[in-house]
Design a binder for this molecule. Structure first.
Ligand code: PEP
Ligand code: MN
Length: 360
């Protein structure tokens, strides 16, 4: 996808140089709830009101949204507050209704962007629209599937595009409801720097106490905006109660967020950073040379294993290496998680090299 430079210009038109702030309840529950939430949100740093009208629920039996009935409520929000309106659309019928009701921003949910048929159907329905379309990452950590969904809209002539990073499902309960896997979003950003990337910390965290922290990390990684679930009475919300914040709390979070400069400007700091970077470059070269020497030794062992017909995997030796590395890492304040990742990768490369020798 060879994207045009002006794909993300819509964001600047809305916010100037500040991050885009989309906020509002997970679901539009009642007319009063959406209107009251929106009124309490009025602030020049908040630009868009979000609300789910069709709610894709993991298990049946939960509130699935009011559908079309809620669309006039959102029109009222727009008329009374001046906020732009964003809703999720999941099929061609939703897409048509969103256009009929002149909704400003349409987003594709994480359970829809996994499905190329659904994405294509929506892209065909809204083709050539000047509306803003935001594509959430698919629930599974598949960068190509995410890019593919964006491509389907781009090819249908939708040019006001953006993506929303909302984290990825985990099988085991982790720290967060959805694992952020920042590397996937950063790979997206690297490949498509003209497409704005927005963080949805609410669906990543799954709880309200880490929304600020997650959002600051995103700003530090040069994300261009946020979608934060906001409700007048979060504990009573009909969906995603634990992760929603009040409008007051939302404004406190915005107050606390620190916008970083895009680049170093002061010459002294530039000198210092170059000095550190030069040393990092040298250390990286040495790391690679050391890794290569380590692999040479692993290959010698591979030759021996072949001659003596011994299996590649030696669990005891591997456990011994890992335990030693974790203990050493601990001495140097390197986390267990980090050491495990690095050494697992090194071990895998050694195995691959030895396998090659044994199969020769
Ligand atoms: C939502 O934004 O309320 C929602 C359903 O999000 P996601 O598609 O990220 O699960
Ligand atoms: Mn939600």
């Amino acid at each position: 996808m060879n994207t045009q430079k002006d794909l993300g210009n819509w964001i600047k038109k809305i916010t100037g140089n500040y991050p885009l702030m989309i906020a509002g309840p997970c679901s539009a529950e009642t007319e009063e709830q959406v209107l009251e939430t929106a009124k309490q949100m009025i602030d020049k740093r908040i630009h868009v009101f979000r609300a789910g009208v069709w709610k894709p629920r993991t298990r049946p039996g939960n509130f699935e949204g009011h559908g079309e009935k809620a669309l006039p409520w959102l029109k009222k929000v727009k008329d009374e507050t001046g906020l732009k309106i964003a809703i999720e659309i999941a099929n061609a019928e939703h897409a048509k209704l969103a256009l009929d009701y002149d909704i400003d921003i349409l987003w594709i949910g994480a359970r829809t962007s996994v499905n190329p048929f659904a994405v294509q159907e929506i892209a065909n329905t809204i083709k050539d629209t000047k509306k803003i379309v935001l594509i959430k990452n698919p629930i599974n950590p598949d960068l190509s599937l995410w890019i593919g969904a964006v491509e389907r809209f781009y090819q249908a002539g939708v040019t006001n595009l953006g993506v929303i990073h909302r984290g990825f499902s985990n099988f085991r309960p982790g720290n967060y409801r959805n694992d952020p896997q920042w590397q996937i979003a950063l790979r997206f950003k690297k490949e498509y720097p003209n497409i704005p990337i927005i963080l949805d910390p609410s669906h990543i965290c799954g709880r309200r106490d880490c929304i600020y922290d997650m959002s600051q990390t995103a700003l530090d990684l040069k994300y261009q905006g946020f979608m934060i679930e906001t409700h007048i009475n979060p504990d009573e919300a009909w969906s995603d109660a634990k992760q929603q914040v009040t409008p007051t709390r939302l404004k406190e979070i915005i107050d606390k967020l620190c916008l970083r400069k895009q680049q170093f400007q002061d010459p002294d700091a530039i000198d210092k950073i170059n000095f550190y970077r030069e040393q990092i470059n040298q250390l990286d070269d040495e790391l690679i040379k050391l890794l290569s020497e380590r692999m040479d030794l692993a290959q010698n062992i591979g030759q021996l294993k072949k001659t003596k017909n011994v299996a590649v995997l030696q669990e005891n030796r591997w456990a011994e290496i890992m335990n030693k590395a974790i203990a050493k890492g601990n001495e140097f304040e390197l986390s267990k998680k980090f050491i495990e990742k690095i050494f697992s990768a090194i071990h895998q490369e050694s195995i691959d090299k030895q396998e090659k020798i044994l199969k020769k």
